[in-house]
Design a binder for this molecule. Sequence first.
Ligand SMILES: NC(=O)c1ccc[n+]([C@@H]2O[C@H](COP(=O)([O-])OP(=O)(O)OC[C@H]3O[C@@H](n4cnc5c(N)ncnc54)[C@H](OP(=O)(O)O)[C@@H]3O)[C@@H](O)[C@H]2O)c1
Length: 366
Amino acid sequence: MIGPIRTPAQQLVTVFGGSGFLGRYVVSALAKRGYRIRIATRLPNRANFLPQGMVGQIHAVQANLRNRDSVAHAVAGADHVINLVGILKESGRQRFDDLQAEGPRLIAELAPPRATLIHVSAIGADSSSESAYARSKAAGEASLFRARPDAIVLRPSLMFGPGDSFFNRFAALARMLPVLPLAGAETRMQPVYAADVAEAIARAVEGKVEQGRVYECGGPEIRTFRELVQFVLDVTERRRLIVSLPTPVARMQGSVLGFLDTLTLGLLPDAFVMTRDQAIMLETDNVVSEAAKREGRTLEGLGILPDSCEAIVPSYLVRFRKTGQFDLQRNTVPSPAPDLMREESKGPAPGVQTLGPVSRGDTAGH
Ligand SMILES: NC(=O)c1ccc[n+]([C@@H]2O[C@H](COP(=O)([O-])OP(=O)(O)OC[C@H]3O[C@@H](n4cnc5c(N)ncnc54)[C@H](OP(=O)(O)O)[C@@H]3O)[C@@H](O)[C@H]2O)c1
């Protein structure tokens, strides 16, 4: 029997990882639609910066994917459960297996059976990969589908937006280093705006996304790693040498930096740390597959026209120019920072060099 239709305000969404980079966009997209949101985070005070919404609409609870009881508590009574938890490198008790391989299964087992399950994995998830990150993401998807075949999985490519770790990282490195050594310089990526991924997640919560499928989320452009770093240099008006590292050198550099990171108990600045596992990930293209495009398992297939990085990134990287945002004020009329709640992009910031002509159809996969 079909029950009465419930408004978003009558539905509770638990968001694991709601305090993270993508989490902020997801919480904004859901708050705008009027859902009640429970952010599950290890440190609820970290979620204080999130939009407050209506009185009582958003609140944070303590939860750790390594603690079964806290997960059970976080999903209790939820109508939708979203899992955004992920790590790029292991440290201390934060292991790929616990968080990315086992975590999705644990959430699926403990979530109410009627709850929609939405899980964020990554393009590159592959059980046969040499990378432990990629294997754990694949294992997480498999364990999730075993427990809940109706779950929805989204695999983003590299995500961007204010606060991202990729473009901000290379802009920061370019400020400090005369030479930028790159592992996987010719590897192709399809950067996707985090707000577009969040929109897909919000549509999944609304019941507009077919369940039991894996969606691949990429932006409108495919660029090599080197082109993206050159784009950062152009936007921040820095002249730096980009040096492509041969694969064995990149892996060795990753081993040394990973070791130093462990040795210093994670005290090395994040911008400098590239582990061996990450170097291995960078050997493989990170773009939407032909199969996903054919089957409509893409943002476009969900009716979302993704924004390009040239439209969004300059607005938050100008601060890395020698004279920061004042440079823009001197030379041009600045564009406002992108609005996380925006309906659509207003195009590139005035006076900002772009990556070159971009065709919406330029999304050839591998
Ligand atoms: N960023 C990208 O370019 C990218 C690309 C492809 C896929 N992805 C995937 O997208 C998802 C979101 O990425 P993101 O960039 O938003 O990551 P992020 O900013 O690092 O956020 C990760 C979240 O995971 C939570 N978390 C970490 N360990 C936890 C634990 N033991 N128990 C509970 N929560 C834990 C953190 O919350 P607390 O620290 O507050 O507990 C944080 O909110 C991840 O699954 C990531 O693998 C990201």
